[in-house]
Design a binder for this molecule. Structure first.
Ligand SMILES: Cc1cc2nc3c(=O)[nH]c(=O)nc-3n(C[C@H](O)[C@H](O)[C@H](O)COP(=O)(O)O)c2cc1C
Ligand SMILES: [Fe+2]
Ligand SMILES: [Fe+2]
Length: 392
């Protein structure tokens, strides 16, 4: 049993054989559902775990309780990956008081329609829950990334229980228990952030401002490693990400090709950009590569070249789906250059322009380049101009 700070025990579980997190994100290194137990004059359980790991989580809880009974069960976030094991706790400890925002308590009734909830305590921003030497102070974090979310700070130890914020894909046994021992926290931390919280930049900004006045020494999220060192590094990344700033100078080249012609052009463009001195060029084959990673890269870089073929008088579906993902995740403040391919009536650029035009502060630079079926030497000047436009 691990203590993350004095009197605060880690009771979370790893989910290694999870096929898809949220039924959509591939998690090659699994997932962790973090949960904590504060053992003081009063005993508080902080969040539970996904139903598929419920039994294992309950075992961890029992072990950490060391014969004590929980007084409180704090729900920071009602999404079932954290609250699906509330019911067995209530069955075993009917005297426990469930603590959460009024909306979380309402959701609890929705998610457990047949289970009596018993004692509840609704908390709001600024409320405290004294446990003895530890005291939890609550802050509302609406839409980070659900409306009922609260985060809390233990004023005794400076631990921030940050709910889904500062989370990361990957089971702790595969990555690391402590973020500073994780070889590349930002890689999967970023894929997680943009796909799960991307749309809610303003709300994340509001939360960061709110917490600015608190003395925080450790961040304990609901997923991924515990952050105990260099907190400024993670806070800075969250500040950049949530303000839609550019994290890495470079260009992301994303392409969707049926028979390889558009892919060939996109690879040529990537080579050209490198030759022109672009500091970093990342590529994604939207038909095969992980969509969530493509979304991540679109936000990581300030510039993107999107190449796609025409399809049924519209846009080839993987590119269409990708743009739809970008739109719902709040893609903004970026420059994009377009390449379309078509054999009889090219239509991809029109749709890409329409979709990008509906996004905030997305500038289409240069002239969209039209390729007819396959790359030809005659396309060279237009592609050179497109590369110069995106780099300028
Ligand atoms: C189902 C289907 C629908 C297509 N619809 C269009 C279209 O509406 N207009 C067009 O110019 N080309 C259309 N095409 C042709 C491709 O866009 C074109 O052949 C292009 O060069 C394919 O590039 P690729 O080699 O990257 O797959 C369509 C192709 C397929 C398979
Ligand atoms: Fe969540
Ligand atoms: Fe979660």
């Amino acid at each position: 049993m691990k203590e993350i700070a004095k009197g605060i025990r880690y009771i979370g579980v790893d989910h290694l054989d999870l096929d898809l997190f949220e039924s959509q994100y591939i998690v090659p290194e699994g997932m962790a559902y973090n949960s904590y137990l504060i053992v003081d004059e009063k005993v508080a359980i902080l969040d539970t775990a996904d139903a598929r790991k419920g039994e294992e989580w309950l075992k961890n809880l029992e072990e950490a309780l060391e014969g004590r009974k929980p007084d409180y069960l704090v729900i920071h976030h009602m999404e079932p990956d954290h609250s699906a094991s509330v019911a067995p706790v209530l069955e075993k400890y009917p005297d426990v008081t469930v603590v959460g925002s009024a909306m979380a308590l309402k959701f609890l009734g929705q998610f457990m329609p047949d289970k009596p909830v018993g004692k509840t305590l609704a908390i709001k921003e600024g409320d405290t829950l004294p446990l003895g030497s530890h005291t939890l102070k609550f802050f509302a974090a609406p839409m980070v990334h659900w409306p009922e979310v609260m985060v809390s700070v233990d004023t005794a130890t400076g631990v921030l229980f940050s709910a889904d914020a500062f989370g990361k894909f990957g089971a702790l046994c595969k990555t690391a228990f402590w973020a500073d021992e994780d070889p590349d926290w930002a890689c999967e931390g970023r894929r997680y952030y943009f796909n799960i919280c991307g749309k809610y930049g303003p709300q994340v900004q509001a939360l960061l401002k709110k917490l600015g006045g608190e003395s925080i020494g450790l961040i304990a999220p609901l997923h991924g490693p515990i952050i105990r060192k260099d907190l400024g590094y993670y806070l800075n990344l969250y500040n950049t990400w949530s303000s839609y700033g550019v994290e890495t100078e470079g260009v992301f080249v994303a392409y969707a090709s049926i028979h390889g012609g558009t892919a060939e052009v996109a690879e040529k463009v990537a080579e050209k950009l490198k030759a022109m001195g672009c500091p970093k060029v990342a590529t994604s084959d939207l038909t095969r590569d992980d969509r969530a990673e493509a979304v991540e890269d679109a936000f990581r870089y300030g510039k993107m070249v999107l190449a796609a073929c025409s399809y049924d008088a519209g846009l080839f579906t993987p590119a269409h789906d990708f743009l739809h993902s970008l739109q719902i995740k709040g893609y903004s403040k970026r420059k994009v250059a377009l390449i379309e391919n078509g054999s009889w009536a090219p239509s991809a650029a029109r749709v890409m322009k329409e979709m990008l035009g509906a996004m905030k502060d997305v500038e289409i630079v240069g002239e969209p380049v039209t390729i007819r079926s396959r790359y030809k030497e005659a396309d060279e000047p237009a592609l050179d101009a497109l590369c110069k436009a995106i780099l300028s």
